[in-house]
Each structure stands twice: as C-alpha cells, then as structure tokens.
Design a protein around this ligand. Structure first.
Ligand code: CDP
Length: 223
C-alpha cells in the first residue's frame, strides 16, 4: 500500500476542472495530470489514421502504436503523441467533436485507466476527468465533483477558443458541451457519475480563487 495523496476532480465538460486542478497542484506541489488530454490525443491519432470505431482489432492495434507523454512546465498540460507536441491541436473542434465517441470505447478506456493508475502509484497527484473518483482511483484521498450552469460553461469555453479561432460560434461550443455531457453520462463503460463520497462544487458564481480556497479547505479537513 502506498501513502501518496491522490486528489480526484471529476465533472461535466468545460466547468473549470483543469483550472482548479492546476491551481491546487501548484499550491500543494503535487503533479497535475489532465486525463482528458489523453483521450483527446488518442482521438487525434484515430482521426489522422481513419480508425474505424466499429473495428475492435483496428482499435487494439492502433492503441499499441500510441505513446503518450506529459511534460509538465508551469503546471500547464504539455502532451506528446508519439513525440509530437499536440497540446494545442487536441483542443480544436475536430477533436472535441469526436472525443466522446472514442472515450466510450472499452479498449481505449482500459488502456488509459491502466496508464493513469501507473502515474498515480507513487506520487502525490491531482488528476481531473470524468471517472477518476469512481474507476481510476476509487480510494482517492479527496474527491471533488464539479458542475456549473451549462450556459456559463459554454461562454467560458467560447472565450478561450475564440481567441485562437475567430470563426467559432457560441452555439457550436454550447452544442458540443451538451452533446459530450450526454454521451459521457450515458455510456456503458465508466460513465460520468458523481462518486457517493465526492464533494460537489458548483462554480457558476465563483471566481477561480474562491474555488481554490474551497478545495484547500477540504484538503485541510481531510488531513
Ligand atoms: O476540458 P473539457 O471538460 O472540455 O474536456 P476534457 O477533460 O478535455 O475531456 C474530453 C473528453 O474526454 C470528455 O468529454 C470525455 O468524453 C473524455 N474523458 C473521459 O471519458 N474520461 C476522463 N477521465 C477524461 C475525459
């Protein structure tokens, strides 16, 4: 049994999980792991290589050729896919539009969960995603389940994406978030669901600093 600390942050699309997870990791000097970036990088590989999502053999073979690595700099997510830096590309709409289909595949989830568990085995980590407190680390020290008003979530994500892609519309972002929430909560394999022992954090009307304080208070009461 290892004694390292795992903080699991799960929740709906674009509700600020990574902002809180990064701030928390920085404050506590923990490693931050963005599990969503892994599903996004796999999706990018599948799109580039026209992997048929109904062909289980193709999927299994493709997974063998995917090597993901995180390079942490300033607590930002820098992820490489077979040694290529893809951190920017995985945030674009083609990946966002397909990631929930790819993340629903059993083979993909098994491989990602295995890698995530390996990363959290010996270090203190903050990991954000959809199934961290339920499937990846059911024994996590602290579990936070984040949510926020869908309109606010879409506006926040739109602002982020619009800076780099002026053609994007708020409606498109809203639709994508709603669609991913639906797919993520209804899939058969480890769907997005609050772990019974996760603390709910609705950040609709909260600043990032207030959320950090909320989480730090929970860390301290958990000690
Ligand atoms: O940042 P955002 O909330 O938009 O999403 P993300 O964390 O980058 O995750 C992208 C997608 O990956 C999600 O919509 C899920 O379909 C999938 N995902 C998952 O299934 N399990 C995880 N632990 C993390 C992400």
């Amino acid at each position: 049994m290892s004694n390292n600390i795992v903080i699991a942050i799960d929740g709906y699309s674009s509700c600020g999980k990574s902002t809180l997870a990064k701030a928390l990791a920085k404050k506590l000097h923990f490693i931050y792991i963005d599990s969503g970036a892994m599903y996004r990088a796999v999706t990018l590989y599948f799109l580039r290589n026209n992997i048929d999502l109904k062909d289980h053999e193709q999927i299994t073979d493709a997974l063998k050729n995917i090597h993901l690595n995180f390079h942490s700099r300033d607590y930002q997510t820098h992820i490489t896919l077979n040694d290529e830096e893809v951190s920017e590309e995985i945030r674009q709409m083609p990946v966002s539009d397909n990631v929930s289909d790819v993340a629903a595949l059993r083979e993909v989830r098994h491989e990602m969960v295995k890698q995530q568990q390996r990363m959290g085995r010996s270090k203190n980590i903050v990991m954000d995603g959809r199934d961290i407190g339920t499937t990846v680390f059911p024994e996590a020290t602290l579990k936070i389940f984040m949510t926020a008003d869908p309109k606010i979530r879409a506006e926040r994500r739109y602002k982020e994406l619009h800076e780099k892609n002026p053609d994007i519309t708020l409606e498109e972002v809203f639709e994508n978030i709603a669609h991913r929430d639906y797919q993520d909560t209804t899939r058969a394999e480890s769907p997005l669901v609050r772990a019974p022992d996760a603390i709910i954090l609705d950040n609709t009307n909260m600043t990032p600093d207030q959320q950090l304080q909320f989480a730090l208070d929970k860390v301290n009461t958990n000690k």
